[in-house]
Design a protein around this ligand. Structure first.
Ligand code: FE2
Length: 179
């Protein structure tokens, strides 16, 4: 289940209702999928064949189509990252820069962990959303953020998009951001 850390105060927010209430106030969508639907061999598998990716997508077909129907996503795929990913350190270096997109960034975590760092309202400042399997998040279009892995360096997630142009990251220069 997701947890929040507000960077300015180090305050942590846990518990599904509390996390959802906080994220809703920050215009970030938060939902949860049932991880028990996933075949057990895919719970901790981070290098996936095309067949396994297809199996994952079909397991969550109803959830994906429901989310897509409500929010206009037209394409979806699976992203799997781990220490087996070629050039992972370079990839993470590229990821770890505050940016925006012209469409929202949706991730449904199906295995492993990941973290979104998001610029909140003026009073809150930047906050971290630590995600684990079952967590579904959408960072709104135009909201500065970046995504990275956590200590275990492994994640599998479903990504949903409205159109390919929305994938492009526009750098957001923010001198107030402290890593
Ligand atoms: Fe992004």
């Amino acid at each position: 289940m997701a947890e929040i850390r507000i960077r300015n105060t180090n305050e942590r927010i846990a518990g599904e209702d509390e996390v959802r209430a906080f994220l809703t106030k920050q215009n970030v969508l938060y939902e949860h999928w049932d991880t028990s639907k996933l075949p057990s061999e895919l719970h901790e598998k981070f290098v996936l064949s095309d067949d396994e990716k297809a199996q994952l997508l079909s397991t969550y077909d109803a959830e994906i189509r429901d989310l897509a129907g409500r929010r206009g996503y037209k394409v979806w795929d699976i992203v799997a990252l781990s220490e087996a990913t070629p050039n992972l350190p370079e990839l993470l270096k590229k990821f770890e820069q505050v940016h925006t997109h012209t469409e929202d960034e949706v991730r449904a975590i199906t295995a492993g962990r990941g973290i979104f760092i998001i610029k909140g309202d003026d009073e809150t400042g930047y906050f971290d959303v630590e995600l684990s399997a079952g967590d579904v998040i959408s960072v709104p279009e135009g909201q500065p953020h970046f995504f990275t892995l956590m200590e275990n360096k492994a994640i599998v997630a479903v990504r949903l998009f409205i159109e390919p142009a929305g994938w492009v990251a526009d750098p957001f220069e923010d001198p107030t951001f402290v890593k």
